[in-house]
Design a protein around this ligand. Structure first.
Ligand SMILES: Nc1nc2c(ncn2[C@@H]2O[C@H](COP(=O)(O)OP(=O)(O)OP(=O)(O)O)[C@@H](O)[C@H]2O)c(=O)[nH]1
Ligand SMILES: [Mg+2]
Length: 462
């Protein structure tokens, strides 16, 4: 087991369930003093020895000084290293009354236990080698996942497959490095001289695998936030009506007054198993109204940040100057968009000419005409981008992405230089750096200064 930090000597506790009134609450305690403190304030009847690994005890938390019972609880004990954090740990399941919870916590704090910081249990798990950084990232995604698909992707990563892959590639490189260093340092010994062609071949295989990993992680980050699909169009083109029709609820206000929507309205949505984030925007037009013009700016920013755009055109009206402005705006972004000709239940007046270079779908939010075709088209499009294969996706934090990109870049550069012929000691230096970067992805090599940033995103109690 990797253990990088030995002087984590204090014991911490926190409420791990949401604060407020509930049937039950759960307080976690972790650290070397856990059982010593609980022996003072936890009273139970029965003959079983306390503590024991993976056991539960029924009893009372009492005020140490007076012996007064604070609550009837079930206490779970985990002995190091077989716990979430890898330390001695206990979970007190008690009644979810904020007053009781506060008094139990303060009893713990009276005995030298400290309030845990956000993410501290997980940080301890990492420092004790219980989790690597890919798993930490997966956990954070799992806790925040808004849809089932995102949760299953995170769970898959938590089971450690991506970590195993990175570790395998890293170990392969370490082996090659050892071989290389051996032939460099002991040229006269009976060590097979290094076959550079073979090495280059092996390295390019590793590069292929890393590049695939990179693609999967790019898709992963798109998915984890939900693929952003933005509804754009001139005022009154029917954006809010389409949002409501897709979500099957009256989410956005719909009126026949152009300029109804002002702010961005975001909702999570799934197209089959693909999580998307749908955003309704203000109709884009030139306007003197301050509030509306802020909305128009937000709409434009939304388009810029979108994964793809659904462009709406009111087909019951002739193609307007505003429609044409929107078309020009969309064509200026290098981003996929789909033209929706709305209000197909009314007479068709917009004409086919403006759309001759683009894919169009005729829809009516009022009758539901074309909505199925829209979903199918979106699904095919997202699938084509490789996004339906959720089980292959990986979620990386910003630092991990940077390390992955650096490793790929260094490996590409190394292969180029090897093709031109470089000294073997230069190869060795490059390989070492690549190994180090890969180690940063899983946390094998770690920059301690960046750890706080990674863990403080978690809630207190996790
Ligand atoms: N007949 C018909 N009317 C529609 C349809 N979709 C929207 N409308 C009408 O068009 C008008 C504008 O609809 P909205 O959904 O508010 O349009 P919007 O694009 O969100 O407008 P802004 O928020 O002002 O930019 C409303 O009166 C809707 O009832 C449709 O499919 N058929
Ligand atoms: Mg609207």
């Amino acid at each position: 087991m990797r253990k990088m930090f030995d002087n984590y000597s204090d014991t911490v506790a926190a409420l791990s369930t949401p604060p407020g009134k509930a049937a039950l609450g759960l307080i976690r305690v972790s650290g070397p003093e856990t059982f010593k403190v609980l022996e003072k304030i936890f009273k139970y009847e029965g003959k079983r020895p306390f503590p024991r690994s993976f056991s539960s005890f029924f009893g009372y938390i009492v005020e140490f000084e007076t012996g007064k019972k604070l609550d009837q609880v079930i206490l779970f004990t985990y002995e190091a290293p077989n716990s979430y954090t890898g330390e001695d740990m206990a979970e007190i399941s008690l009644h979810g009354n904020p007053t009781i919870i506060a008094s139990v916590l303060s009893e713990l704090f009276n005995h030298g236990v400290r309030q845990a910081e956000a993410g501290e249990f997980t940080k301890r798990a990492f420092l004790n080698g219980k989790m690597d950084l890919l798993e930490v990232e997966a956990l954070s995604q799992l806790l925040n996942a808004p849809t089932k698909a995102q949760a299953s992707m995170a769970l898959n990563q938590l089971e450690g497959l991506p970590s195993a892959l990175i570790n395998k590639l890293r170990e392969k490189l370490v082996e090659q490095l050892v071989q290389l260093d051996a032939s460099l340092n002991f040229p006269e010994e009976d060590i097979e001289s290094l076959d550079e062609k073979l090495l280059a071949h092996a390295l390019s295989e590793t590069l292929d695998e890393l590049q695939l990993f990179k693609r999967n992680s790019q898709n992963g980050s798109l998915v984890s936030g939900g693929l952003s699909i933005v509804l754009a169009g001139a005022p009154n083109s029917g954006k809010s009506s389409l949002l409501n029709a897709l979500l099957n609820k009256e989410r956005a206000i719909v009126t026949d007054i152009p300029g109804t929507t002002r702010d961005l309205i975001e909702e999570n949505f799934q197209i089959r198993n693909i999580p998307v984030r749908l955003t309704d925007t203000a109709g884009i037009r030139k306007t003197e109204n301050l509030v509306e013009s802020i909305g128009v700016d937000r709409a434009k920013a939304g388009i810029e940040n979108a994964f793809m755009i659904l462009a709406l055109f009111d087909s019951s009206e002739p193609f307007s100057a505003e429609d044409s402005d929107l078309m020009n705006l969309l064509e200026s972004f290098n981003k996929p968009f789909l033209c929706l000709l709305t209000k197909s239940d009314l007479p068709f007046k917009i004409g086919e000419e403006p759309f001759k270079n683009h894919k169009t779908i005729k829809i009516s939010s009022q009758t539901g005409h074309g909505l199925l075709e829209l979903k199918d088209t979106l699904y095919d499009f997202l699938k084509e981008k490789g996004l339906s294969e959720l089980e292959n996706m990986i979620v990386l934090g910003a630092k991990q992405t940077a390390s992955l990109n650096k490793a790929v870049y260094l490996l590409e550069r190394l292969l180029e230089s090897m093709a031109k012929g470089i000294y073997q000691d230069m190869i060795s230096i490059d390989l070492e750096e690549i190994v180090r970067e890969l180690g940063k992805i899983t946390g094998q090599t770690v920059d301690f200064n960046s750890l706080d940033l990674i863990f403080e995103r978690f809630c207190i109690g996790k």
